[in-house]
Design a protein around this ligand. Structure first.
Ligand code: ZN
Length: 302
């Protein structure tokens, strides 16, 4: 069993869902983020958040995958301050919903004053509602942005154990682990942070507080990055127990602190029944035969 604790499945297809389930992914976390182009109305954020706790959660379940999400204002769109303020008013309506396991992904992109302001406001919110935080570290000036993310989080009194720092690399991992944070790694295909490098990091630092994810979205990315990395770890002689921690258990322990994510959800899952509807809508198109499992132990056939 695998968990992919960072994937934007709203942008992915049903083929992806089927392949993920077949590869052993039982649960996923979809962080609220930006959509490739800036939103212009607060209503677009509202409908997006509603789909994360509603339709997408339902859709995943039709393929035997348990869907959780994080809610937050992403750093990029924090730079539209007038809109960002309206989004902040919206967040309290969503952070307490079923399946919301963290505030995120928040943090810095270009490390502007506006990003800093909304990052801090959301750290306060996380503290108030006692949810973990998922931090998106910047792709540019990463080392400094990562250090700053942790400094500011501590300034606001968050415990490192409640904070998952994502998009790490060899440059940032040591400091993140030394300071007591969860260190997540996004495996991007055809880049520096591929599966090969991940194996070496686990070999060097061990499995404690390290989390592997795909961050697959609408860009060039791989929704099977977690199971593929796990397979490579096995091939390279990483102990089974370390693979389980980094590709399953650590994510569950970190985000389970929300009280919203429990292994029993999928261990005692109801059988897949694609005849189900949400708000009158199903995933079926005209004439298709729904998949209906005889029992929860059945494997989904593709
Ligand atoms: Zn993301």
């Amino acid at each position: 069993m695998f968990i992919d604790p960072h994937i934007h499945v709203t942008s992915r297809t049903t083929d992806d869902y089927e392949a993920m389930r077949k590869s052993g992914i039982v649960a996923i976390i979809e962080p609220a983020f930006w959509l490739g182009q800036p939103r212009t109305k607060v209503g677009s954020f509202q409908d997006y958040f509603s789909s994360l706790v509603g339709w997408e959660r339902f859709r995943a379940k039709q393929f035997g995958i348990y869907h959780y999400c994080t809610i937050g204002l992403n750093s990029k769109e924090a730079n539209n301050e007038a809109l960002a303020e309206q989004v902040m008013d919206l967040l309290p309506l969503y952070v307490g919903k079923e399946g919301v396991v963290a505030i995120g992904e928040i943090g810095y992109d270009d490390q502007t004053a506006a990003e800093d302001r909304f990052y801090r406001l959301q750290l306060e919110m996380a503290k108030e509602v006692n949810l973990p935080v998922m931090i998106h570290t910047p792709h540019r000036d990463k080392k400094r942005g990562t250090t700053r993310s942790m400094d500011v989080s501590e300034e606001h009194g968050l415990k490192p154990g409640m904070v998952i720092v994502d998009h790490n690399n060899e440059e940032t991992v040591k400091e993140v682990l030394d300071r007591g944070y969860w260190a997540a790694f996004t495996i991007y295909p055809h880049t520096k942070m591929g599966s090969e490098r991940m194996v070496e990091i686990v070999r060097q630092y061990g499995p404690e507080r390290i989390i592997v994810d795909s961050a697959a979205d609408w860009g060039i990315s791989d929704p099977l990055a977690v199971p593929k990395t796990a397979a490579l770890m096995k091939e390279k002689g990483i102990p089974e127990e370390h693979i389980k921690l980094t590709c399953y258990q650590n994510a569950l322990t970190a985000y389970g602190q929300s009280g919203q994510m429990d292994e029993q959800d999928w261990l005692e899952a109801e059988p897949i029944d694609q005849r189900q509807k949400l708000g009158g809508n199903s995933i079926l198109r005209g004439g298709q035969t729904p998949k209906v499992e005889g029992s929860s132990s059945d494997i989904v056939e593709n």
